[in-house]
Write a protein that binds this ligand. Structure first.
Ligand code: NAP
Length: 311
């Protein structure tokens, strides 16, 4: 079993392959999900040593946290999981708004604790920035919750570099979760260097570019879900992206691995990326993603993959 890595400056240790749980109970985001399969995804992860579970209030909403709470309760071993959850979404007259006010963040932590059936959250993220709250003030409230033992580490997500610097003005931010994958590398400009310099773990979301970097898609495929509007999946861009995936396949074949594992292994070679949270729709994808830990990329492979996706 691969060793555990430390998240930023925290006392949290996780296996480098975690579980992104937006497809565990995220009925508002994906169709065709089933509660029992979602719980089986979580059980499979924990049974196989995956201990980093990534959920959020908005997955369901509330349902993903509840399903994870039920599985943890049935197993009775709270400390086998490092639970990350997120809050900031608020429903006002049926519309979603973001709220980072200290009072709302406190309320969010308290309600996540109930749904997860636990008395502490390992890592609590501000899921999205709001316009109104100074970020140092928002994180200051999370620091109080940390001092009270309700959360163990502080995260922010979808923050710009300016918002991150404000949030981290007292050095309290432990983890940044941002959109990053080989096809969408904007974070390399400011966010990744900042996290490296400040001892913050960077957790990339959409590591497989919603499946495009998974190595299973072909040029004739069409999509009816959110991918139908995603620029990565449109016409010539889609074809070019799949050509890049084919170049990765050559590297994967030589290593006797699959494209998805080589892509995920590449992220783990980046400074400040300690752990990944690929999503899984079923137990088989959980087990498949774990194979990433068996992939050993050479320096030449790492540079070649970098070059494929620079063009
Ligand atoms: P992702 O990891 O980029 O893609 C997951 C998709 O890739 C799966 O649904 C599956 O799609 C495909 N896949 C998974 N394993 C594979 C394998 N071994 N081989 C080939 N294809 C594979 O996207 P994501 O799940 O949406 O994002 C990951 C996690 O990030 C989420 O679960 C969530 O926890 C987090 N997230 C956070 C934010 C935020 O705002 N902070 C936003 C989005 C997501 P198909 O089976 O359809 O091919």
């Amino acid at each position: 079993m691969a060793e555990q890595v430390r998240l930023g400056k925290t006392n949290l240790y996780v296996r480098p392959i975690g579980l992104g749980a937006n497809k565990v109970g995220g009925h508002n985001l994906f169709s065709g999900l089933n509660n029992e399969t979602g719980k089986e995804v979580v059980r499979t992860a924990l049974d196989n040593g995956i201990n980093f579970l990534d959920t959020a209030f908005i997955y369901g909403p509330e349902h993903s946290e509840r399903l994870i709470g039920e599985v943890l309760k049935e197993r009775g071993q709270r400390d086998e999981a490092v639970i990350a959850t997120k809050g900031a979404h608020k429903f006002v007259n049926g519309e979603v708004v973001f709220d980072n006010s200290p009072a709302f963040l406190r309320e969010s932590v308290e309600s996540s604790l109930k749904r997860l059936q636990t008395d502490y959250i390992d890592l609590f993220y501000i899921h999205f920035p709001d316009e109104a709250t100074p970020k140092a003030e928002a994180v200051g409230e999370l620091k109080k919750l940390k001092d009270e033992g309700k959360i163990r580490a502080i995260g922010v997500s979808n923050f710009s570099i300016e918002q991150l610097k404000d949030a981290n003005s007292d050095g309290y931010v432990d983890v940044l979760q941002s959109h990053y994958n080989l096809l969408q590398r904007e974070a390399e400009k400011d966010l990744l260097p900042y996290t490296k310099e400040n001892g913050i773990s960077f957790v990339p979301y959409f590591p497989l570019a919603s499946g495009l970097l998974g190595g299973k898609y072909t040029k004739d495929m069409t999509f009816t879900d959110i991918r139908a509007k995603d620029p990565l999946f449109q016409g010539e861009a889609f074809a070019r992206n799949l050509d890049k995936v084919e170049q990765v396949r050559e590297i994967a074949n030589a290593l006797n691995a699959e494209v998805a594992h080589v892509v995920l292994a590449w992220y783990l070679t980046r400074d400040s990326i300690d752990a990944l949270i690929p999503g899984a729709k079923g137990p088989e994808q959980v087990l498949a993603n774990l194979k990433t830990l068996e992939v050993q990329l050479s320096q030449a492979d790492i540079e070649k993959i970098d070059r494929i996706f620079q063009s």
